[in-house]
Design a protein around this ligand. Structure first.
Ligand SMILES: NC(=O)C1=CN([C@@H]2O[C@H](COP(=O)(O)OP(=O)(O)OC[C@H]3O[C@@H](n4cnc5c(N)ncnc54)[C@H](OP(=O)(O)O)[C@@H]3O)[C@@H](O)[C@H]2O)C=CC1
Ligand SMILES: CC[C@](O)(C(C)=O)C(=O)O
Ligand SMILES: [Mg+2]
Ligand SMILES: [Mg+2]
Length: 336
């Protein structure tokens, strides 16, 4: 049976129309949630820590900024949108003491609830609304009059209205313009981690990097390698996004399509898929979460090493030069 998809026509904003929504944080997701909700006619306050570097940006966008404690005390819905690794401490110190019965605690990702790192009291609603895309794009598509698909889940329904509130929230940030599906915290957490590691972020970047390095190491010009293995990815993916594999394959040459069928399975092999299954197991058992939290607690030694290695990679240095020569790209990037 096909899943039930919720669109604008199926969802009313009534259940949160007169409520105050606190957005905790003002980063990638939070700035988009705060501005989209506000532009959907809802009451929003932004909760930030003392001395937050995000305060000026939120105020410039016309949003009211208060402390996280104050935001939790005054709001009916508290959406926690700071980095996953920092959430448990902020929750324990600044949110939990003020999270009185009848309020709703919301998340953009189920990580901390699913892995038992945040245990909300039984008398509050707990839900998640996870847009299926980066926060900066969530704001961009909303401002363009479009929407980004999202998924929602209710973990605790203390008020008897948690589902209605979660769906209204999803509408407020523009997700019901594109379609919203119901899920569980477990399914959202595991599929999101799997998707970002294997395909969207880890898979795509390492595929591009390997292709770029192969060409450059064979003596081809880095600029040509960049256009071929990175810049053109967006143009091909745009076609897949709009028309599926068949639509994309209609636009490319027969030569390319034949090479796609012949070479694709040599690159993404049965072994790759077997590894994907291992990756999924590590996510399901909590092994990945443990590794992530351990690195975070040690000040991210592994993550920082990877970041600095990539910063000086030819792919990044040549890419910056080329993008700077394409103002239509850099202009859009500045808005982000
Ligand atoms: N990035 C994305 O597009 C997506 C993220 N999500 C989920 O959304 C949530 C937020 O992620 P994301 O938007 O990437 O987060 P960001 O890294 O962009 O969050 C940065 C914000 O969090 C604040 N912050 C950081 N640490 C703390 C802290 N210890 N105490 C208080 N405030 C803090 C920062 O404030 P300051 O200026 O004070 O440092 C800043 O406002 C996560 O659960 C993530 O999994 C879900 C879907 C997509
Ligand atoms: C793909 C990465 C993501 O899951 C997202 C933008 O959806 C994230 O955690 O940032
Ligand atoms: Mg994610
Ligand atoms: Mg995601």
């Amino acid at each position: 049976m096909a899943a039930t998809m919720f669109y604008d026509r199926d969802v009313s904003l009534d259940s949160i129309q007169d409520k105050l929504i606190a957005i905790i944080g003002y980063g990638s997701q939070a700035h988009a949630h705060a501005q989209n909700l506000r532009d959907s006619g809802l009451n929003v306050v932004v909760g930030l820590r003392e001395g937050s570097s995000s305060k000026a940006k939120a105020e410039q966008a016309g949003l009211k900024v208060v402390s996280i404690e104050e935001a939790t005390k005054t709001a009916d819905v508290v959406m926690l949108l700071i980095p996953d690794e920092n959430q448990p401490k902020t929750y324990a110190e600044s949110i939990e003491p003020h999270l009185t019965a009848g309020k709703a605690l919301a998340f953009g990702h189920g990580f901390n609830v699913h892995f038992g790192r945040i245990k909300p009291p039984a008398d509050v609603d707990v839900y998640l609304v996870a847009p299926k895309g980066p926060g900066h794009m969530l704001r961009r598509v909303y401002a363009d009059g479009a929407g980004m698909p999202g998924i929602f889940a209710v973990q605790q329904d203390a008020s008897g209205k948690a589902r209605e509130i979660a769906l209204a929230y999803a509408r407020g940030i523009g997700c019901t313009r594109a379609g919203v599906l119901e899920t569980t915290f477990k399914e959202e957490t595991e599929t999101d981690l799997f998707g970002e590691q294997s395909v969207l972020c880890g898979g795509v970047t390492h595929l591009i990097q390997a292709g770029f390095e192969t060409l450059v190491e064979a003596g081809y010009q880095p600029e040509i390698a960049y256009f071929e293995t990175l810049h053109e990815v967006k143009l091909i993916v745009d076609l897949i996004y709009e028309k599926g594999f068949e639509g994309m394959r209609h636009s490319i040459s027969n030569t390319a399509e034949f090479g796609d069928y012949v070479t694709g399975p040599r690159i993404i092999t049965d072994e790759t898929k077997a590894t994907m299954k291992e990756v999924l197991t590590d996510i399901q058992t909590g092994k990945f979460a443990e590794r992530f939290i351990a690195d975070a607690e040690g000040g991210f030694p592994y993550m920082n090493e990877q970041r600095s290695k990539m910063r000086d990679h030819k792919l990044e240095t040549v890419g910056k030069e080329l993008r700077d020569m394409m103002p239509f790209i850099s202009k859009k990037a500045l808005e982000v």
